[in-house]
Design a protein around this ligand. Sequence first.
Ligand code: FAD
Length: 315
Amino acid sequence: MVQHHRVIIIGSGPAGYSAAIYAARANLAPVMIAGMEPGGQLMVTTDVENYPGFVDAITGPELMEAMRGQAERFGTLMIDDMVTRVDFSRLESNGGKLLLWADSGDEYSADAVIIATGAQARWLGIESEVRLRGFGVSACATCDGFFFKNKRVAVIGGGNSAVEEAIFLTQFARKVTVVHRRDSFRAEKILQDRLFANPKVEVIWNHRVLEILGTDDPKSVTGLRLAEVASGAEQQIELDGVFVAIGHTPATAVFKDHLPMDADGYLITRADSTATEIAGVFAAGDVKDRVYRQAVTAAGMGCMAALEVGHYLNG
Ligand SMILES: Cc1cc2nc3c(=O)[nH]c(=O)nc-3n(C[C@H](O)[C@H](O)[C@H](O)COP(=O)(O)OP(=O)(O)OC[C@H]3O[C@@H](n4cnc5c(N)ncnc54)[C@H](O)[C@@H]3O)c2cc1C
């Protein structure tokens, strides 16, 4: 049987939980389908020092646990499931509802849907990267750059995000080495000029990462083992941190052909709004944001989405 709810929120990161808190407090009885990673991206990080309100750092899992508790306290119904299919065509034969199917086989219909499925950083896919993630290996300079004051870091990648992250890191690190597997960057020329002009920056061209070197006790990064792409010749460099900046993948595969998205799969919303082109479907957080990608901006967008859903449902 199809279960009907007024508002379904897909995803349980900061955007989803904030949307749930606001929707629940507006008596919209929201239901959250939490996904494979309840709590979202912050569940895999240690200290979060830039979320307002926590003078001493709070860990990612603690912050997300608190958000979940707050959403539940106001009456959000949590469902541990994953949305695998949607139909937003609002056919009259379906009563004009938005339709969702979950991995468990359950079927849902809703008057409004908030999509907060986030994005995933792309990683190199090597074992040492997994082992040292959160202990000197990061995919977010804005989040973790501060921890590398006067240290040596590497940025892996050659697109806009890699060059931007490298420039950002020069504010903290004493040396920033950019490792790129080609002989030129894809980043905008103006960013490249800024990077090359910075005396703290060194670029190692035509090399790929074989291994992130580190210790286990305490867990920390000590360097990189690189191979020249053409010859395979190896070299090692000493470092304190590694930032992988090879892009993000928004979790939007399930919405393909149902919602407008840009070439990289980010959902498109109206200017200054979380509303998508489909009436009653809203998007918040990293799933629609390729620029800021922070917990606090995702939470802000979740709040906006819930307020917009309220206006939408109340005509
Ligand atoms: C290692 C790391 C450290 C970070 N540190 C910081 C920091 O210190 N400060 C900061 O502000 N930001 C930090 N960030 C960034 C921050 O985590 C993200 O900006 C934020 O989590 C985005 O929130 P979101 O709600 O948009 O999505 P996410 O947190 O990505 O959550 C997405 C949710 O959607 C769910 N989902 C996905 N697909 C489906 C589906 N089909 N059906 C149902 N559910 C689905 C997932 O299970 C997940 O619960 C960090 C990120 C990483 C990876």
